[in-house]
Design a protein around this ligand. Structure first.
Ligand SMILES: Nc1ncnc2c1ncn2[C@@H]1O[C@H](COP(=O)(O)OP(=O)(O)OP(=O)(O)O)[C@@H](O)[C@H]1O
Ligand SMILES: [Mg+2]
Length: 379
C-alpha cells in the first residue's frame, strides 16, 4: 500500500481553475474523503491522482516515487467512476476480468485460471458470488455498484479511487453500501480516496476529510475536528448547522470579544489558531444548535435572546428557529421545552462553543504561518 502526497497541485481547463494549491498527505491504508459542493474540483483531484489528468504544475508522490508523469495504467490504482461505467454488453465476469486481461505483471499475462480465481475472489468480496454470468441490465443499482467496486479491486490496486460511488442509490442502500465499502477497505487495508458531496457519508466513513470549495482545500482533518473546529466559515456552514452572528472584534486575547451591531458583546474563541485577528476587524461568530442551551452552565455563558419563529419536532429533540434581530438562529432543545411561535426566548452559549472566525475564507488561511496555504496568492 502507499501513502499519497500531493504537492502544490493546480489544474485548469482554459479559464476555469478546477483545483489549486493542493497540498496534502493521504496516509497509507486510510480512507480519505474529498467533500464539497458540485463543481468544487473533487473529480478533477481524483483524476489527477489516477493520472487521467496532468497537472498544470505540482507533483504527486506514491510513497517516495514521483508519479506525476507516469501514465494511469502504471500507477496501479483502481477507480470507480461517478457513473458506474460498466460495459452493458459484457457479463459481470467479463466486466471485472477486463482489467486483468490487459494487465501484465513483470511482462507476463495472467493465465485464464488465475483470472478466474481473482474474479471469483472479487465477486465474493462484494458478496456477488454466482452472479458472474449476468449482464449489467439484469442487476439492481446496488449490485451494479458492487460490480464496479469489484472491477476496481480485482487488479489488487495500491490505491482505490471512488468517485461518488453511491450517488445513484436510494437512501437505505447508500447506508448499506457505505458500510460495505468500509468493511472491504478495512479488510484490505487499502489507501482509499472517496469523493462525495454528502457530509454525513463523509463524516461517518472517513479517517480524514478534505472539505473543498471552488478548487481549494478549506480544511483537511479527521471528521470530529472538521465538525468541532471548522477553520473557515465555509466549513462551518457546509458541515452541520450553525447560527452566524456578525460583529467586530472589540477585545483580543485567548477569549475574543465581538461587538454585535446592536452593541451587545459576545465572547468566544477561535478554532483557527494562529490567525492574526485585529481590533475592529469584521468577523462572524458561529454556534452549533446543540450548543445553545435553555439554562446557563456558567457565569461566562453568552446570553442570546430572540423571538421564536418556528418549532420543529425532530424526534428526541425540538429544533427551535428564532430571530435575533435580523439574524435567523437555530437551537436544539429537549423536546419537553414548551415554546410557541412569537414567544421570547433566552438561550445560553458557553464561551468555549462560540466560534469566532474571520470573514476572509481562503485568504484568511493564507495569513497563518505554517498553514499549507500560507502566503500563497492566487496565480
Ligand atoms: N474537462 C473539463 N473541461 C472544462 N472544464 C472542466 C472539465 N472538467 C471539469 N471542469 C470544470 O472544473 C471545475 C471542477 O469540476 P469537477 O468535475 O472536478 O467538480 P466536482 O467537484 O467533481 O463536481 P460534481 O460534484 O458535480 O461532480 C468545474 O467548474 C467544472 O466545470
Ligand atoms: Mg465530480
Amino acid at each position: 500500500m502507499v501513502t499519497i502526497t500531493l504537492k502544490n497541485l493546480r489544474k485548469t481547463f482554459g479559464e476555469v481553475v478546477a483545483t489549486d494549491d493542493v497540498n496534502m498527505v493521504l496516509e497509507d491504508g486510510k480512507l480519505s474523503t474529498l467533500l464539497g459542493p458540485s463543481g468544487c474540483g473533487k473529480t478533477t483531484l481524483l483524476r489527477l491522482i489516477a493520472g487521467f489528468y496532468e497537472p498544470d504544475h505540482g507533483e504527486i508522490y506514491f510513497d517516495d516515487r514521483n508519479v506525476t508523469d507516469i501514465p494511469p495504467n502504471k500507477r496501479n490504482t483502481g477507480m470507480c467512476f461517478q457513473s458506474y461505467a460498466l460495459w452493458p454488453h459484457m457479463t459481470v465476469f467479463d466486466n471485472i476480468s477486463y482489467g486483468l486481461k490487459i494487465k501484465r505483471v513483470q511482462g507476463m499475462k495472467y493465465t485464464p485460471s488465475a483470472i478466474d480465481k481473482r474474479v471469483n475472489n472479487a465477486l465474493e468480496l462484494v458478496q456477488m458470488s454466482g452472479l458472474g454470468e449476468r449482464t449489467p441490465h439484469q442487476l439492481s443499482g446496488g449490485q451494479q455498484q458492487r460490480v464496479a467496486l469489484a472491477r476496481a479491486l480485482v487488479i489488487e490496486p495500491d490505491v482505490l479511487l471512488l468517485d461518488e460511488p453511491l450517488s445513484n442509490l436510494d437512501a437505505k442502500l447508500r447506508v448499506e453500501m457505505r458500510e460495505e465499502i468500509l468493511r472491504i477497505q478495512g479488510e484490505l487495508g487499502i489507501t482509499t480516496v472517496y469523493v462525495t458531496h454528502d457530509q454525513i457519508e463523509a463524516l461517518s466513513i472517513s479517517d480524514m476529510v478534505a472539505v473543498m470549495d471552488v478548487g481549494y482545500i478549506q480544511q483537511y482533518a479527521p471528521p470530529r475536528e472538521i465538525y468541532d473546529s471548522p477553520q473557515t466559515l465555509f466549513v462551518a456552514d457546509f458541515i452541520g448547522k450553525c447560527t452566524f452572528l456578525d460583529g467586530e472584534i472589540s477585545a483580543l486575547g485567548d477569549t475574543l470579544s465581538v461587538r454585535l451591531p446592536d452593541g451587545q458583546i459576545v465572547k468566544g474563541m477561535t478554532p483557527l489558531l494562529g490567525y492574526p485577528f485585529q481590533l475592529n476587524e469584521l468577523v462572524r461568530c458561529a454556534v452549533r444548535p446543540e450548543d445553545l442551551h435553555s439554562v446557563a452552565t456558567s457565569l461566562e455563558d453568552n446570553m442570546i435572546s430572540g423571538v421564536v419563529n418556528q418549532v420543529v419536532f425532530v424526534g428526541s429533540n425540538i429544533e427551535v428557529n428564532f430571530n435575533v434581530g435580523e439574524v435567523s438562529a437555530t437551537s436544539l432543545l429537549p423536546s419537553d421545552a414548551e415554546l410557541e411561535p412569537g414567544s421570547l426566548i433566552k438561550l445560553y452559549a458557553p464561551l468555549s462553543q462560540m466560534m469566532v472566525l474571520p470573514i476572509g475564507g481562503i485568504d484568511a488561511l493564507r495569513k497563518i504561518p505554517g498553514h499549507p496555504l500560507y502566503a500563497s496568492t492566487e496565480s
